[in-house]
Design a protein around this ligand. Structure first.
Ligand SMILES: Nc1nc2c(c(=O)[nH]1)N[C@H]1C(S)=C(S)[C@@H](COP(=O)(O)OP(=O)(O)OC[C@H]3O[C@@H](n4cnc5c(=O)[nH]c(N)nc54)[C@H](O)[C@@H]3O)O[C@H]1N2
Ligand SMILES: Nc1nc2c(c(=O)[nH]1)N[C@H]1C(S)=C(S)[C@@H](COP(=O)(O)OP(=O)(O)OC[C@H]3O[C@@H](n4cnc5c(=O)[nH]c(N)nc54)[C@H](O)[C@@H]3O)O[C@H]1N2
Ligand SMILES: [Mo]
Length: 684
């Protein structure tokens, strides 16, 4: 018998596709993009189009496991669920009796479904009084920056980019990481729009744009300030929009006088003409749209840079048109009831300490009081957290009790005391928002769990019962959780009904079809205006006006370090992996070949490096061995290691995060993966 089940892609990607799963006799045989869903438009990326290969991989974890070898060796024996959960509960009870903050959740975005990502699990750790995790691995700098200027995670409706006449693709590689936006950008190009990529690297996307501005990493704020200088000096400001809907224009005007195009060009390592021409195009072509993405904010100054760039649309009145403005993330449009899902009120007072995910290495090796247990789910910290050698040192501690819930034996799972098998998206229920469009999606389970795997929400229900947590909320079913998520009563969720969502697969938020969020102001800031001047930043001791906040590890910021390590190291995601997910599956690993380091010939030649050579990239934090690709795709002074490889599949059991630092950005406590100086050496 064949049935079609409505589902949602769970991965950490702005596209959050609506999917149709074909099931024959209880087996999922095909996954397709829903042709009726306007953003998905019937297509999926290559990874998710082959999702059954992930679900039915011979490497799937099928049973709970207990470690029998040394930590890190990945030697386990099969145990039963009762034995596994009893042991975990006993260990947690013992630790909690002394100090519950010695226990910490380690979870990120392996799935973004509300049930498996932030519901029963959060209730569990809140009730326990565990250390709180500040989740900063991806987006928190940019989000905080945008919030200062626009008031939250709001922006253009991505369904209007095809009507833009100029699209600036800024710190973003949508062909790899935001495919369904890219199809709209291409449609705009067919209709005559110019596409400009701003990226130190000639990415797949930059290659296909009308123009590529290859600035130095972490200097985006300087480019935006130089553009503002030109826009104001040359009278390209929408005075009416600025006077009605912005705050602090006179101060901004004074401020940007110092940021001449010559200064910006020098700072960004580009030509004066590039700065001036970009500003003139941006000030004259209407509607002009910016697709900002997270690549530009993984730097020490990333938050302020995002804030600065977000000032541009208001200056030229781009928001007047649905096809003008800027988008980083749409997430705050949803107004899900997160308090109901996560129940922070269950936390004890005073509230437990907070540990920053981006400083996990330090936390596991030096925090006082020590972390004594970690429960890892939706996360592969050994591969994805910065400064890996410290993270490994932490996970190697014999006195750290480590539980890993995953569908695969990841680099991290090799260090677990107990491994619990997790269901994949085809096997559990979930409800999804998106950070790259404006629909709510339902995920119906298509098949029975593979092996003995269980959904995260169910594992935490069972653990809560064993811990003796009696609050009613620990018994909520999946359907109840999903209803709670959309039950906030916010106007954007009007008419949202869980039964209908399960039946139809998706529904747009109650927003107009021709959505121009700030055409007549209505920003979400305290002043309700676009804040060139931010009192909220001032209150945090930060300059209230846009300014240039340089990266920490650029030669111009740190000449002393650059004498040893002169090259900027970027490790952005490849098309066939999703962070470290899919990187263990043969189809995708084969498609990406092997870990490689792309270089400019002007950086390769003086080091005697030729195409295909084996090279070591290193700094004081660590080293990684890869194959050299001398292809001039990175600009001079920048090397690029497309990522994220599992360590156990690379030749020296390393990956890019051996090199990256635990330093956090100016806003949001965010990781600074791309703010990293290295040297490269050929190995014989
Ligand atoms: N196929 C695939 N898709 C993905 C992911 C994946 O791993 N694989 N990951 C998902 C996730 S979690 C996220 S957060 C997004 C990430 O996707 P994006 O938000 O697009 O960010 P990145 O891919 O990190 O970087 C995009 C580009 O920014 C460039 N870049 C680096 N530093 C700078 C800089 O200082 N300035 C500028 N202007 N550009 C810079 C990089 O060279 C890269 O080409 O994609 C999501 N989609
Ligand atoms: N050097 C470098 N490091 C980076 C980045 C970079 O560009 N360069 N990107 C950063 C970014 S943007 C991000 S978002 C992070 C991503 O970091 P993570 O969120 O850790 O992402 P993944 O590497 O995909 O690992 C997620 C794990 O969750 C598991 N998983 C998926 N679904 C479920 C489920 O339902 N239940 C359970 N229990 N497990 C599940 C997957 O199998 C996978 O092993 O990495 C960051 N690290
Ligand atoms: Mo991310």
């Amino acid at each position: 018998m064949e049935t079609i089940v409505r589902a949602a892609c769970p991965h950490d990607c702005p596209d959050t596709c609506a999917m149709l799963v074909t099931v024959q006799d209880g087996v999922a045989v095909k996954v397709q993009g829903d042709p009726a869903h306007p953003f998905t438009d019937g297509s999926l990326c290559t990874k998710v189009a082959h999702y059954p290969e992930r679900t039915y991989s011979p490497d799937r974890l099928l049973h709970p496991l207990r470690r029998v070898g040394p930590k890190g060796k990945g030697e386990f024996k099969r145990i039963g669920w009762d034995e596994a959960l009893d042991e975990i509960a006993a260990r947690l009870k013992q630790l909690a009796a002394a100090d519950p903050a010695s226990i910490m959740p380690l979870n990120y975005a392996g799935t973004m479904g509300m049930l498996q990502y932030s519901s029963m699990d959060r209730r569990f750790f809140h009730k326990l009084g565990a250390t709180q995790l500040e989740r900063t691995l991806c987006s928190s700098a940019g989000k905080a920056g945008i919030k200062a200027t626009l008031g939250g995670s709001y922006g253009m409706d991505p369904e209007h980019y095809q009507d833009s006449k100029l699209i600036v693709i800024w710190g973003s590689n949508p062909i790899a990481s935001n495919l369904h936006f890219w199809s709209r950008a291409q449609e705009a190009k067919r209709r005559g729009a110019r596409l400009v990529a701003i990226d130190p690297y000639r990415s797949l996307t930059a290659e296909k744009c009308s123009q590529h501005i290859a600035l130095l990493p972490g200097t985006d704020g300087a480019l935006a300030l130089g553009m503002m200088h030109v826009l104001i000096a040359e009278g390209m400001i929408d005075e009416d929009y600025v006077s009605k809907y912005t705050l602090g224009y006179e101060e901004l005007k004074q401020r940007v006088k110092q940021y001449s195009p010559a200064w910006a060009a020098q700072t960004c390592g580009i030509s004066v003409e590039e700065v001036v021409q970009l500003a003139r195009d941006y000030g004259s072509v209407k509607p002009a749209a910016i697709r900002l993405n997270y690549g530009m904010q993984r730097h020490a100054g990333g938050g302020i840079a995002a804030r600065t760039i977000a000032c541009l649309p208001a200056l030229v009145g781009a928001w007047r048109d649905p096809a003008g403005g800027i988008l980083l993330t749409t997430a705050d449009n949803y107004n899900f009831d997160h308090a109901k899902l996560e129940r922070p009120d269950l936390m004890p007072t005073p509230r437990p300490r907070v540990i920053n995910h981006s400083r996990l290495g330090e936390a596991l090796t030096a925090a006082e009081p020590a972390v004594r247990a970690v429960i890892v789910y939706n996360n592969n910290p050994l591969a994805v957290c910065p400064d890996s050698s410290k993270v490994i040192a932490g996970f190697s501690r014999e006195d750290l009790f480590c539980v890993v819930m995953d569908s695969f034996l990841t680099d991290t799972a090799d260090y677990a005391d107990i491994v619990l098998p997790a269901t994949t998206q085809l096997e559990h229920t979930d409800i999804h928002k998106s950070y790259g469009h404006l629909y709510v999606l339902a995920n119906n389970p298509a098949i029975a769990p593979v092996g003995e795997s269980l959904p995260n929400a169910e594992v935490f229900r069972r653990l809560a019962a064993r811990m003796g947590f009696e609050d009613e909320c620990f018994r909520d079913s999946d359907d109840e959780l999903a209803r709670q998520a959309i039950g906030s009563g916010h106007a954007n969720l009007a008419g949202m009904d869980w039964e209908a969502l399960k039946r139809d697969g998706w529904k747009r938020l109650a927003l107009p079809a021709s959505f121009a969020p700030f055409a007549r102001g209505g920003f979400h800031t305290p002043s309700r205006k676009c804040e060139f001047y931010s009192a909220a930043l001032k209150a945090q001791g930060i300059d209230p006006l846009p300014f240039y906040n340089p990266p920490a590890e650029l030669p111009s910021s740190n000449p002393q370090l650059a004498r040893k390590y002169p090259l900027s190291f970027l490790s952005p995601p490849v098309r066939n992996f999703l962070n470290s997910s899919f990187a263990n599956l043969p189809r995708f690993r084969d498609a990406e070949g092997e870990p490689s380091l792309e270089l400019h010939s002007a950086d390769a030649a003086p080091r005697g490096i030729a195409e295909g050579d084996t090279v070591r990239v290193y700094n004081d934090r660590g080293s990684f061995t890869l194959k050299a690709r001398v292809n001039d795709k990175p600009r001079r002074g920048v090397v690029v290691a497309p990522s994220l490889w599992w360590k156990k599949f690379s030749r020296d059991r390393s990956n890019a995060n051996e090199l990256t630092s635990q330093r956090v950005a100016d806003l949001g406590g965010a990781a600074t993966f791309y703010d990293c100086l290295v040297e490269v050496q050929r190995i014989a």
